[in-house]
Design a protein around this ligand. Structure first.
Ligand code: TZP
Ligand code: MG
Length: 218
């Protein structure tokens, strides 16, 4: 069975922003504050380091119920570390091939930031992708190459296409507690710096949850 995914508040980790506090401790605090899904993302780590980090985060999440664990890009690491799924972008291995490697019992996330990318996503065989990451909502120093922000309206319009096809959607890019309420038309929001760079990641997660309100569908 494919793991359940609650995408309401989805933390994407950043090892550099976490600094000396370390990603696992930030994840622990963030989940206590209301994070519902976690993606281990580290573009500079070796495969070995990413594997070790994923195992450490998995250990943290073992005591929590229903917080899905994704690995960014690395299907091999996701499988070996027993993660719930993998998140890929447009430059990674093709989604159908990644699904074949993952098998039916893991989650697959895919980024789509334009009509063309969304059309390609929706053309995949049903069951290939579970959740689409739409963005950037706003341009962000965390990922300068993500480009100009689509704005909340642009994200909602793209997300509507995915939702109509029955896919979960999360918005990403420049979201913090002050901006979260402006993001609508998605099932959840992804944040990196709003939690990983916060002086108190648990409080930052709580502030985001309260800004998002209680709606399961935004
Ligand atoms: N993909 C699109 S924007 C982004 C990613 C990984 C980074 C978002 O980071 P932040 O700090 O939440 O703006
Ligand atoms: Mg990628």
């Amino acid at each position: 069975m494919r793991p359940a995914l609650d995408p309401t508040l989805y933390l994407v980790t950043d090892t550099a922003l976490a600094g000396a506090r370390g990603v696992p401790d930030i994840v622990r605090a963030a989940v206590a504050g209301g994070v519902t899904a976690v993606q281990v993302r580290d573009k500079t780590a070796s495969r070995r380091e990413l594997y070790a980090l994923t195992l450490a985060v998995r250990e943290v999440l073992a005591g929590t119920s229903g917080v899905a664990l994704f690995v960014n890009d690395a299907v091999d690491v996701a499988l070996l570390a027993g993660a719930d799924g993998v998140h890929i972008g447009q430059d990674d291995l093709p989604p159908a091939e990644v699904r074949a490697l993952l098998g039916p019992d893991r989650l697959l996330g895919l980024s789509a930031g334009s009509d063309a990318e969304m059309a390609a996503t929706l053309a995949l065989p049903p069951g290939t992708v579970d959740v689409v990451g739409v963005g950037p909502v706003w341009s962000t120093p965390t990922k300068p190459d993500a480009g100009t922000g689509l704005g909340p309206e642009g994200v909602a319009a793209l997300a509507a296409q995915a939702r109509a096809a029955g896919l979960s959607t999360v918005a990403i890019g420049g979201i913090d507690a002050a901006r979260a309420a402006a993001v609508t038309g998605v099932d959840g929001v992804c944040v990196v710096s709003a939690i990983c760079a916060a002086p108190d990641p648990g409080a930052a997660a709580r502030a985001l949850r309260s800004a998002l309100g209680t709606a399961a569908v935004r």
